[in-house]
Design a protein around this ligand. Structure first.
Ligand code: AMP
Length: 405
């Protein structure tokens, strides 16, 4: 076991994901998840050397759960002493942060000032930071922001065509998310494309339960499909993605829905789930579609079409296109979505190799276009935890901010 490990913490509103990682090779020494916090059924599952341990913690909140994580770590011989830094995933850094930051009181205060931009996520991220700083007072804590990578976007990408004072006075603008994933994937993809990162142009599609697309030029985000919130853009598992903004008014007047009901519908009952009426899970939908379930077939069709349309719309931000890259649970595993999306992008010079596409699943990475294809398509498994660990450990070595390569 390496003697320089990082504890990576991802605090959600009722869950905490954590991992102890070797930042050099990405080996996970310990992983786990606290779930159903603030309820009777709160519990933590630890996974180490393939073995799972469950600890029940009725009604535990972030504080109690993190203390239990630390106790578990300290019971493992040599593990506690090997942890040299803590890395925290933070969803929203607003316009304050364009890179990962060593957490000081001032940085924590600014993260709090972004709470209104991500009310479900940032307060939970901050709770995790505050507890972890108490239980690990001697270690450097680093905040790694989902939004930071997109701070390189030009104003034409991030300003909405709304009254400008909404941006100036109310922070209404496009921020983008999944930045940590894009920062990791673009480096791997440039190597696979045999191009220096500083001279590369790619569109990356991070397709998970939440999904987005990003135009990355020379290692910097130029444009992305998510906006002020992680709903804008392509179809998600349960979120609608972009729709006509005046649908809100129609629903309010015709169906007497209030803003919370409309919001719930757009965030929790739409997307793949809304269209299929069956599930938000792409695997389930693919299986049902195969068996002839028409609304699942339609869900896959709309998903791929909107994805292809959005990928193509990213090209003006790049000026040229070296490759299209798939990542995230769906991007890494669904050869069906990839094939259907890329079929509609043939006009860009993407010539899919059906056999390579079918064979690249379950954590595999590689090229899925033919050798002669002018524009390449790649699959690159993402590793946000490794990125967070690497940012965090750099603060142990040099006390300076780190950010986009
Ligand atoms: P993530 O949020 O990145 O974990 O991705 C979750 C999504 O990946 C879910 O919609 C899963 O159904 C999807 N997914 C995982 N494995 C597969 C697979 N073999 N085929 C299709 N979709 C998959």
């Amino acid at each position: 076991m390496s003697t320089s490990l990082v504890l990576v913490i991802n605090c959600g509103s009722s869950s905490i994901k954590f991992a102890v990682i070797d930042p050099q090779f990405g080996d996970e020494v310990l992983t786990g998840q606290a779930e159903r916090l603030f309820s009777e059924g709160a519990e933590i599952a630890f996974k180490q050397n393939g073995e799972k341990t469950r600890v029940s913690l009725p009604n535990a909140g972030h504080d109690e759960a993190l203390v239990a994580v630390v106790e578990f770590i300290q019971q493992q011989p040599g593990l506690g002493e090997s942890i040299k830094a803590v890395g925290h995933r933070v969803v929203h850094g607003g316009e304050f942060f364009r890179e990962s930051m060593l957490i000081t009181d001032e940085v924590a205060d600014k993260i709090g000032q972004c709470n209104h931009l991500a009310p479900l996520h940032n307060p939970a991220n901050l709770a995790g930071i505050e507890t972890a700083r108490k239980v690990f007072p001697d270690l450097p804590h680093t905040a790694v922001f989902d939004t930071a990578f997109h701070q390189s976007m030009p104003a034409k990408s991030y300003i909405y065509p709304l009254p400008y004072k909404l941006y100036e006075e109310n922070a209404v603008r496009r921020y983008g998310f999944h930045g940590t994933s894009y920062r990791y994937v673009c480096v791997q993809a440039a190597t696979m494309l045999k191009r220096p990162l500083e001279d590369s142009a790619m569109v990356i599609a991070h397709l998970g339960n939440g999904a987005s697309v990003c135009a990355v030029k020379n290692g910097e985000s130029m444009e992305t499909s998510m906006g002020m919130t992680p709903n804008e853009g392509i179809v998600h598992g349960t979120r609608s993605g972009s729709i006509d903004p005046s649908i809100h008014e129609y629903l309010a007047k015709q169906l007497d829905m209030n803003i919370d009901q409309i919001n719930d519908m757009l965030w929790k009952e739409s997307g793949l789930l809304g269209i299929s009426g069956l599930s938000n899970d792409c695997r389930t939908i693919e299986e049902a579609a195969e068996e002839g379930h028409e609304r699942s077939q339609l869900a896959l069709e709309i998903y791929s079409y909107r994805l292809a349309r959005t990928i193509a719309s990213m090209v003006p931000a790049l000026g040229r296109l070296d490759g299209v890259v798939f990542t995230g649970g769906i991007g890494e595993n669904s050869d069906v979505i990839r094939a259907e999306t890329l079929r509609q992008l043939q006009f860009l010079g993407i010539d899919v190799d059906a056999a390579r596409n079918k064979a690249t699943i379950r954590g595999g990475s590689g090229e899925i276009t033919t050798d002669a294809s002018p524009v390449k398509a790649l699959v690159v498994p993402t590793n946000e935890e490794l990125m967070i660990a690497q940012d965090a450990v750099r603060f142990v070595e040099a006390a300076q901010p780190v950010g986009a390569e």
